[in-house]
Design a protein around this ligand. Structure first.
Ligand SMILES: [Cu+2]
Length: 151
């Protein structure tokens, strides 16, 4: 009996609150892919588009494919492309699709266990400040011609 009352109270609460109802933190990932690594390269780069339900932060990732995974960003300074690690990770504003892509933010796979070959799949476990971690399967494929720059 007590339980029934609690349930109906919760339902009423939902109806009354409408949009103000807090959203459970969750991050959705789309279009995860990795660039094939050139022969002998010990590093690779992967990309994914992340959409968080609440203000969140992409803080780290892990993968069996690399010994040292890092979140990197890339920028052009004085005509030279530079990349650096983002130890603080990447902000994910609520509801906004944040695209990691060639020439910008990317997942850097340092110390590759094996070359990333086209057609292979790389599991990536992504961690966030608020949302639970998710694992995506990134397909290794050649980048679209328009995205030639970067690495
Ligand atoms: Cu990088």
């Amino acid at each position: 009996m007590t339980r029934l009352i609690l349930v109906s109270a919760a339902l009423l609460g939902l109806a009354a609150c409408g949009r103000a109802e807090p959203v459970a933190p969750v991050v959705q990932a789309a279009d995860a892919w990795c660039r094939p690594s050139p022969n002998g390269a010990r590093v690779g780069a992967c990309y994914v588009t992340l959409t968080a339900s609440t203000d969140d932060r992409f803080t780290a990732f892990s993968t069996p494919a690399a010994g040292r995974p890092e979140i990197h960003t890339m920028s052009t300074e004085g005509g030279v492309m530079r990349m650096r690690a983002l130890p603080e990770g990447l902000a994910l504003p609520a509801g906004e699709a944040v695209a990691l892509r060639p020439g910008a933010e990317h997942l850097m796979l340092i110390d590759l266990a094996a070359p990333l070959t086209e057609g292979a799949t790389v599991p990536l476990t992504l961690s966030f400040e608020a949302a639970p971690a998710i694992t995506v399967q990134a397909a290794v494929r050649a980048p679209a011609p328009a995205h030639g720059a970067g690495h």
